[in-house]
Design a protein around this ligand. Structure first.
Ligand code: G4P
Length: 273
């Protein structure tokens, strides 16, 4: 087991509930299945983050998909503090049995402890900052139990570990790698921008027809390279001899997608088992 994994296992022992952030545009590909093994008997909440950029029609189906797997699920935008209020009640709900057990044992008002986990760039730091806000207090080290750990007291009932657990994306197959690259979770250098853009074009033409036409005023009946060439010409992505520069056009398309300038788009649908 790697050092990072062992450290996370240690952290998980201290908490009651895991808040797992995934990217709402790729709710499956941005999830690392290893956490299931690490988390085994902890309560689980899954937060579909960046929901402001995801297809609104697919948020509910994805939440239902994860609820069927035993999670409590919610679509969130980590940048909007006021939209995160529901997360607190979700944490309480996830820990209901534990709170009840404590109560029966005569332990009252012991806050439940939560921790954020997720792959890089999914919004963990943004979430912690917004969720914790300014009003909360950081509780210091608690000798004997949580040495070296900082907890953020959100309210008398909930404490959050102030450092997130970083999970590494799992490249189970090429499609997963591609989707992670589409949303910018892995660096472009690993895959050629032009190849990536051509894959995105083919996906958009099939699943979100007219998006390219509307946004770039290009002829969507064209395929692949000719379509990317037209995009380059329309947007002035040219080489010295006024030839279309496909790499520049690819970068522009990917950047527009990543920043939701093409609209709210989700790259994968839940598959019922
Ligand atoms: P991490 O800790 O998991 O690595 O992710 P981090 O919070 O650094 O967030 C990565 C990027 O995603 C940041 O953008 C952040 O603003 C953005 N982000 C996080 N949550 C949301 C969300 O719900 N909606 C949207 N639209 N964006 C979100 P950045 O470009 O790296 O930084 P900045 O432009 O915000 O400064």
């Amino acid at each position: 087991m790697t050092k990072a994994k062992r450290a996370m296992q240690e952290d998980i022992r201290l908490i009651d509930v895991i808040l797992e952030l995934v990217d709402a545009r790729i709710p499956a590909s941005s999830k690392n299945p290893d956490i299931n093994q690490l988390a085994n008997n902890k309560s689980r909440v899954i937060l579909l983050n960046k929901s402001d950029m995801a297809d609104p029609d697919l948020l509910e189906p994805w939440m239902r998909y994860y609820e069927k797997q035993g999670y409590l699920a919610l679509a969130v935008n980590a940048k909007k503090r006021n939209e995160l209020k529901q997360v607190q009640s979700l944490i309480q709900k996830a820990c209901r049995e534990k709170i009840e057990r404590d109560r029966k044992r005569g332990i009252k008002n012991r806050p439940v402890r939560a921790m954020i986990v997720g792959i890089p760039n999914v919004g963990k730091s943004t979430f912690i900052n917004s969720f914790a806000g300014r009003a909360c207090t950081k509780t210091g080290n608690k000798p004997g139990i949580t040495r070296g750990k900082q907890w953020i007291r959100l309210n008398p009932q909930v404490e959050l570990l102030d450092t997130p657990g970083i999970l590494w994306p799992k490249f189970e197959n090429q499609t997963v790698g591609q989707r992670l690259a589409f949303v910018g979770s892995i660096k472009d250098e690993l895959l050629s921008s032009a190849e990536l853009a051509l894959e995105l074009i083919s996906f958009l033409k099939q699943e979100y027809p007219d998006t390219l036409q509307t946004h770039y005023q290009i002829d969507e009946t064209k395929e692949g390279v000719p379509l990317l060439e037209e995009l380059a010409l329309r947007r002035g992505c040219l080489n010295k001899g006024n030839e279309p520069n496909l790499d520049k056009a690819a970068f522009l398309l990917l950047d527009d997608f990543r920043n939701a300038r093409l609209g709210r788009i989700t790259l994968e649908r839940p598959v019922e088992e």
